[in-house]
Structure formats: C-alpha cells, structure tokens
Design a protein around this ligand. Sequence first.
Ligand code: KG4
Ligand code: ZN
Length: 352
Amino acid sequence: MSMYGRIAARRASALREAGICTFLSIESSCDETAAAVTRGFEVLGHSVHSQIALHEKYGGVVPEIASRDHVRMMDDVLNAALKDAGKTLKDIDAVAVTYGPGLVGALLCGVSYAKALAFALEIPLYAINHIEGHICANYIEKPELKPPFVCLVASGGHSHIVLAMDGGYRLLGKTRDDAAGEAFDKAARVLGLGYPGGPKLEALARGGDATAFTLPRPKVDGYDLSFSGLKTALLQSCARMEKQGGYRREDAAAAFQEAVTGQLCEKAVAAAVNSGCGKLALAGGVAANGALRQRLRAACEEAGLEFFVPSIDLCTDNARMIGAAAHLAMLKCETAGLDLNAEPSLRFVLEE
Ligand code: KG4
Ligand code: ZN
C-alpha cells in the first residue's frame, strides 16, 4: 500500500470512530459544477455554477463544452463553497466526489480534482454514486427520515423506484425505455421549447388544459415505467390536430405533464403502500416539477403515507447531496483509492 493509502486508511477509521467529519464534496457529472462543505447531513456552505447559458444555443448538453467549463470553474466553485462555510482547506477532514453515472469527461474533471485534493491534504477520499446522492438529498432537510422507505428517483438519465434499507437499496421498478427527465426533454423539443426541456415544459403547461389533448396511459407490469410511447403519441397527436385546425402548445404540454406525472405517481404510491414501510420519498431533477410534487403529496395523504421531498434546488444536481451520501459512506468506511476512475455507466446498487 502507498504512503497515502496507509495514512488515508488510518484517518478513515478515526473518522468512522468519531461518527462525524467535515466533508468537501464535488459534483460534475453533467452540466453543473458544484461543491459543498457538509458535516453529517448539515450543510455548512455550498456553491453551484450552471452551464445552461453555454449549452442553450445547441439545444442540449455538448459534452466537450461541459468538460472544458468544469475545468475552468472548479477552483472558483470550490473556493466559493469554502468561503460560504467560513472554512479553509485546513478544516476539511475528507473529500467526496461523484464518479458516475454521467458524462465521462465531465466526471473526470471532478474525479481528478478530488483525487489531487485528497492526496495533497493526506485525507480520505469517498466515491459517490450520483443516483444515491439524489436519494440522500432527502436527509439534508429531514434528518429524521430513516430507512426503510420507498424512493422514486426521476432524473435525466434514470427513473427508478427503490426500497431504501439500512445498508443498501432494493430495486422495485425502473423505466423500460426513456427516463422521465429524458421524456420531458424530448417532449419539449417536439413543442419547440429547447433546452433545458423539463422546466420550460412545466412553465408552458401552467397555462394549458390537459383535457384538451388525449394521450394514452402506458400499461407496464409491476412497478416498471415506460415513457417513450408517450413522446411518440404526443408527436402524432400534434400532427393530427395541426391538420384538423391547430392546437394550443400549452394544452399539449399540460397533457404530457399530466400523463408522465400520473404514471410516476401511480407506480410509486402503489410500491410504497405494498412495501408496508409507510413512507415515500421523491428525488432527482424531475422532482423539481411542481405538478409532480403536488400530485404525489396529495396521493400520499390519501394513501396514509408520509411524504418526503427536498427543496427544489436540492432536487437538481448539486454537491450537498453528494456530501449527505458521503456521510453514510464514511460511517461504513467505504473509501476510494487514488486509482479511482470515472464510471459513466455506473449501475445503481443491486440493479440487475
Ligand atoms: O438530476 P438532474 O438535474 O440531472 C441528471 O442527473 O440527469 O435531472 C435533469 C433532468 C432533465 O431531464 C430536466 O429536464 C429534468 O430533470 N427537470 C425537470 C424539471 N427540472 C428539471 N423535469 C420536469 N419539470 C421540471 N421542473
Ligand atoms: Zn442528477
């Protein structure tokens, strides 16, 4: 074992013994450069730099531009998080970083930076799965939330319904085709809204009538989900109605949002009720959608489930959620070595 490896291992066991430490966490898996200083589930300071303005004119995230901007912004974002926390690097006990899933070049920026920092400061490094980070965002404002609970994770690349248990996750259902966020982005493109699709479609849907448009409810067994058929149905309905005298884009957006949130809500609530754990949490970028939040809250109330959802800016990509997941990794002494690599297709725990 290298000199760094020995020192980091010794320090990691001391941290586990103490049960709490100050983390500097980095998130760079897609189009946000983010850093956070956390202690347990408490956020001491953080910073997020969004690349939306850079990618907007291309209608989507351009991976090479994303990587270059992460490199450009990483120092500033880290310093802003430290300043926000009133801390310096001397106060940091451990480093955490998202190592997948995500864009390989973007992930590598964070992973290389985190490895260099851990090596230079001689402190332990923890590698965090982005999807687990999204789930752990729920602990930041509600540290009283304890497993077991069912969590619906809906982001740009993933849509999973999982049972969070002490020490692990069990997959209950997942999308068979597009992720929910991907479906929002594709539908936004159909409606000529551009990137980022989800928030733009939600804004348009506010002025629409969902009943003016008929979209099918996909039939999928168990707790699995499917969204690709909805996007095709939207495309066909728009073309048909165009020929019949036109349609309001607001109505199309409202109908699409209603169909996606309806399916997510129905499956997640059924999974939570049947699990018997009595709790449903929501996570991931799509959890920022107001209609979904409202619908799930109402459905949980009706089903007698306790409902958890992070504030909107904790649902979209950020490093505070990576810090929350890192706290759990620290308690399990799950450190990473300096051979850590970015894993763009990293699977979520227990996924087949
Ligand atoms: O978790 P996230 O920020 O990045 C990934 O890990 O993928 O999720 C981004 C996804 C995008 O597809 C985006 O369109 C969607 O979340 N999203 C939304 C909203 N805000 C973000 N979808 C619907 N309504 C929103 N308000
Ligand atoms: Zn995400």
